[in-house]
Design a protein around this ligand. Structure first.
Ligand SMILES: [Fe+2]
Length: 429
């Protein structure tokens, strides 16, 4: 009943109609046309740039950005979503578009944990904020998560300049931003003229904190006797990702070449996102089974016992187009399968796994490069597979120093630098 009265009031209130007309003016640089259409028990319907959009009262109350709702110092929320009464709505139709193009709502009741005498709570939402939250694409842009990946093959990546000088990367924002963009777009970048045994630590820290693992803060890839990892030998090491037996494998891997004058030992890389997308197009059933079939990884050696089970392809299930979030592929670190392999799905998975392997192993899909002394490669360990050809350990010295950082640190820097260099001014949060 209250709502039907509200709808009548909305329709006939001269004040609101005037406000509506005013709101049609364009304000500043935002150019957002915001109008109020109707309200009901659970939603308001707004017209934003001619498009009809619904916003739930609970979403709006929960997202209030005022200083009573967001701590001005920590920028953190001061209430829980579950503190909002289920029947919250505007107090007696107190919802309007103000002259400054903000939507004002005065709420009909306080939050569940608030005591009386607090007064009616007023929330303001800018038209650009409302527009940002109108589509997942706008949210992605506002979060600087919308830079697309460039899938690559040997042919097309050899025309891309993947190299940045160490000094530029360490000392210029533009140099760092170039590397961040390469890592986003292609999942791989090379830093040249890197000198000094421990400089790789500075290279990592330019993006984020070093991810310390049981291999150490940094680790040496050298041919050693009684190696604790196949990487520390001279044999061919096929395409793989590192540390998939961890719950959260590191997102960026750095390998700095301190010496490389052996016969053999070239590195090669493959874009697993591209391989997965080709499989999705050509064989959707194989793609699906790789998205769900459990593969176990482990490391059980030298007093350690790590273990994790995951599917080969992981989708971002919150994205509108089911895009690939990451890949899990590391044959040397697989454990025996722990699911029921007597079921027919196992053979279906194996067939799909073969198709995926064929795409990855196709040399026309690989970038092969000998990492020269004083070069450091950085690659996205959840997208780009890495491998090494066998080398003759007696022919010289091959010494790489490696280190990791988490993908969170990379994405944080990329957002900050995109905001600095490519600000999305019309979609401010
Ligand atoms: Fe590796």
């Amino acid at each position: 009943m209250l709502i039907s009265r509200a709808l009548r009031l909305l329709r006939y209130s001269p004040v609101l109609i005037n406000r509506k007309n005013l709101s049609e003016q364009r304000h500043g640089n935002n150019h957002v046309d915001l109008r109020l259409k109707s309200i009901n028990d659970t939603h308001v319907t707004l017209i934003i740039d001619g498009k009809e959009l619904k916003y739930d009262w609970i979403f709006l109350r929960d997202s209030c950005q005022c200083h009573q709702c967001i701590d001005s110092s920590s920028k953190q929320k001061l209430h829980r979503t579950t503190d909002i009464p289920l029947n919250i709505s505007p107090h007696e139709t107190k919802i309007q578009v103000l002259d400054n193009n903000n939507l004002e709502i005065v709420w009909n009741q306080p939050l569940l944990n608030q005591t009386k005498n607090i007064g009616k709570h007023q929330s303001l939402y800018s038209s650009s904020w409302l527009r940002t939250y109108s589509t997942s694409e706008n949210i992605a842009r506002a979060r600087y998560n919308d830079r697309p990946y460039v899938y690559w093959t040997r042919n097309n990546i050899q025309h891309v300049d993947l190299h940045v000088k160490c000094d530029d990367y360490l000392h210029s924002d533009q140099g760092l931003y170039t590397v961040l963009k390469l890592l986003n777009d292609y999942g791989i970048a090379f830093i040249d003229n890197v000198r000094g045994e421990f400089t790789v630590e500075r290279l990592v820290e330019r993006i984020g904190e070093i991810r310390h693992t049981f291999y150490g803060k940094t680790w040496n890839v050298q041919n050693v006797k009684q190696a604790i990892n196949v990487a520390y030998t001279s044999v061919e090491l096929g395409l793989h990702m590192d540390l998939l037996y961890f719950e959260a494998p590191p997102g960026l891997q750095y390998l700095h070449s301190l010496a490389n004058d052996v016969k053999g030992g070239a590195s090669y890389y493959a874009d697993a996102f591209r391989a997965a997308e080709i499989l999705r197009q050509n064989d959707p059933e194989a793609f699906e089974i790789l998205c769900s079939y459990p593969v176990t990884f482990h490391y059980r050696n030298v007093g350690r016992h790590y273990h994790f089970t995951r599917s080969t392809i992981v989708l971002d299930r919150f994205s509108s187009n089911n895009c690939i979030d990451h890949i899990n592929y590391a044959p040397p670190f697989q454990a025996p399968f722990e699911c029921d392999t007597s079921k027919p799905e196992f053979r279906k998975f194996i067939q799909a796994f073969h198709s995926f392997r064929d795409l990855l192993e196709d040399s026309s899909n690989q970038l092969e490069i000998l990492l020269e002394k004083d070069q450091c490669v950085i690659f996205h360990n959840r997208r780009v597979l890495h491998a090494r050809r066998e080398f003759d350990a007696s022919s010289g010295n091959r010494w790489l120093k490696g280190s990791y950082t988490d993908l969170d640190n990379f994405k944080d820097r990329l957002r900050i630098f995109r905001e600095k260099f490519d600000k999305v001014s019309h979609l401010e949060l």
